[in-house]
Design a protein around this ligand. Sequence first.
Ligand SMILES: NC(=O)c1ccc[n+]([C@@H]2O[C@H](COP(=O)([O-])OP(=O)(O)OC[C@H]3O[C@@H](n4cnc5c(N)ncnc54)[C@H](O)[C@@H]3O)[C@@H](O)[C@H]2O)c1
Length: 397
Amino acid sequence: MGLGYIGLPTATLIASKGISVLGVDVSQRVVDTLRQGKAHISEPDLEGLIRTVVDKKTLTVNTTPQAAGIFIIAVPTPFKKDKEPDLSYVESAIDMIAPHLRPNDLLIIESTCPVGTTKKMKERILLARPELDQSIFIAYCPERVLPGKILYELEHNDRVIGGVTEEATEKAIQFYRQFVTGQLHGTTARTAEMCKLIENAYRDLNIGFANELSMLCDKVDINPIELIDLANLHPRVNILQPGPGVGGHCIAVDPWFLIYEFPEETELMYKARRVNRYKTEWVIDKIQEAAAQFEKQHGRKAKIACLGLAYKPDIDDLRESPAMEISMMLQHRGEDVVAVEPNIQEAKVKDISIVALNQVLESADLLVPLVSHNQFKGIDWKSLRGEVLDFCAVTSV
Ligand SMILES: NC(=O)c1ccc[n+]([C@@H]2O[C@H](COP(=O)([O-])OP(=O)(O)OC[C@H]3O[C@@H](n4cnc5c(N)ncnc54)[C@H](O)[C@@H]3O)[C@@H](O)[C@H]2O)c1
């Protein structure tokens, strides 16, 4: 259920092992694209594998589910305006599945969820199908794949698998064993749910430290990249690289699933969220300061080129992307801005013109690397006419 960044590679990988899979997505566009053997998301090696499994008919797709022995839910779990987790997609997927469930079926939730959701979803099913009490198995198994390496990591990463009952854990482990070569660690549903949330809260916190450090370094005129490299020579220190903020639909979202419900116990996580949010605003201000300086010196507006729009290197995903937000905000504030995003074919994204890298290297007055895409590595930055404001440490690679 759900054929997006997680559900589609999962369905395709399982089908490639010869297991018959029905992929379900409520979007007719997604289903139509897949029926032609094409991918609607960009992920290395995925489209070739889709074509193979669609041709072999081990993967079929539809907008509605049918009876099946195993159900996997990988639908979105965003948050609402006030940061309350929005479980409506999971609930709707559960409601779509409920009429098709039979005794001994296994249902696995992979969507990132607040602690306690898996048990609540079991209760929701039993409200609709009370006769299934004691005879269906429900487990939670979070995803920790890296976009750009999803197919590899789906197979090779260790997985944490938590059933609502021990039998459900065991059944889910047996299922994943068919296509995962990483280790499978059984636990409770609550621990598995919490595990996913704290993994991303931990990442947010560590990136927050690097981002805070980069702003502090700016104040005291120290190169943060050199400083971090030197500090990391300490055998027990491993500071991450700063960036223009934190994006994507996981690290920037998941900590809220804890902070919203437990504000008093999550002060540090909340601070990290705030620092990472603030870093994006800080970057916008820094670029505008440089643009104002340029205008003062040259009597005309600076041509700004933002290098990268995705939320992390070498992918096309713009969700919650700080680079996207920075480019849009600069445009909104009247700056003359274009973007270079080698992973996107469109000529415009949300009113931002996308141009080729070689079009701006010589012509831009301010070059602003925001995402360390491979295409931006190895450029002779010092030879360029424009000023370079690097917020993703790509110029030191
Ligand atoms: N993308 C990642 O890197 C990643 C990593 C770890 C965890 N997650 C989690 O996995 C879950 C899915 O994320 P994603 O990035 O794959 O989302 P996505 O938006 O790429 O895809 C979700 C798909 O679900 C479909 N959908 C919505 N409601 C449905 C329903 N009731 N039945 C069937 N299909 C339905 C949508 O049309 C969409 O195609 C989220 O909880 C996310 O937090 C994502």
